[in-house]
Design a protein around this ligand. Sequence first.
Ligand code: PLP
Length: 370
Amino acid sequence: MPVPLLDLKAQHATIRDDVVAAAMAVIDAQAFILGDPVGELECDVAGLSHTKYAVGCANGTDAILLALRALGVGRDDEVITTPFTFFATAGAIHNVGARPVFVDIDPRTYNIDPAAVAAAITPRTKAVIVVDLFGQMAAIEQVRAQVGTLPIIEDAAQSIGARRQIDGQWVMAGEAADIGTFSFFPSKNLGGWGDGGLAVTQQDALFEALMKLRTHGSRRTYYHEIVGYNSRLDALQAAVLRAKLPHLAGWSAKRRENAAYYTAAFADLEWLTPPYIDPANESIFNQYTIRVAERDALQAHLKAAGIGTSVYYPLPLHRQPCFAYLGYAEGACPESERASQQVLSLPIFPELTRAQLDEVVQAVRSFPGR
Ligand SMILES: *Cc1c(COP(=O)(O)O)cnc(C)c1O
C-alpha cells in the first residue's frame, strides 16, 4: 500500500459537509470579492495569532509583498533573510525593487541565525524577514535583540498556530513581528481550495497601509493615494478556511503525535537525524524533515517502497540562477548548502493511519544506511 506525502482527499472526507455548505452559501449569495466571510476570517485569524489586525490577500507571496510595501521597502533597500526557504520569501524582496541579503541558518532548526543577521546590517538595511520553517517559529526575540527597531516580517506560511515561549509567555506565530504573513496554499496546515494569504499586525498604520495596498492603493473607491495591487482574498476561500479553522489545532496536534511516533521509531538509527524542535517551540509540523548523508539514495529507496517524500529545498536561494546578480559564491551560506543536500521530508499529514506510519518506519529502517 503506497503512502503519499500528503493526502488532501483523506482530510476533505472528514469535513466535507461543513465545508461544502459554507462554500454553497457564498455561491448562493453571488458575492465573491471580499465581503463578510473575509472579514470574519480576518477576525478569527487575528484572534488565533493574538494580533490586533488581519488583512486577507490573494496568496502568501503577496502577503510578504504587501508587508514590504507597507513598511516602505523599495528601490535599493536591503532586506536580510534566509536562503533556506521557499522562493517566495526572496522573490517578494526582489519584486519591490529591493536587494535580498542572505544570511545562514542554525543547522539544527533550519531557521535564520540571529547572530548572522546582526553581522549583515548596513545603513541600507530596511527590514528583516524571518521564516518559521517546517512549522516551528524562528528565534524572533533573539533576532529582535540584534536588530533594535528595524522592522521584522515573519513569514509564517508554514506555521499558522505555532507558538514559542518567550520570557515565560507563549507567543503565537505572527504575534511578535511588525507584520506576520500566512499562506493558505492547499498543502499548508490550514489550506484553502486554491490560493489565499493573509497578513497580521499590531500596528494601526501598518494595518491601514495593508488595507490600501491590497485594493490598488485605495480606501475610497476610485480615489488612489498610492499605487497598490489587486490582491484580495476571495469570499469563497475565506468561507472554506473559516469552516476548516476549528479543526486546525486538532490537526496540528495529530501531526505532533505522528512526529513523536517517527522520532521514537528512528531513535537507534545513527545515520538519521530527526527534526530538532527548539525546547521553547511548539511546532505545527507542516513538514517532518529528517537529515541523512545519503539523502538521494534514501529517497530512491523510499520511492521504490511506495513512500512519497520531497526535498524542501534542493537549491538554497543564494545559489538560484535568478539571483546570480547578487554574487553569492558556493560556500557563502554553508549550513544552508549542507541542509539542501541532506534534508528529506516524510509523510506527516494528520490522517495518516498507524498502518501507514508503520509502513514508512519499516521502509526507512530497511534502508541499508551506511
Ligand atoms: C507557501 C510559502 C509561501 C508562499 O505562499 P503562496 O500562498 O504559495 O504564495 C511563502 N513562504 C513560505 C516559507 C512558504 O512555505
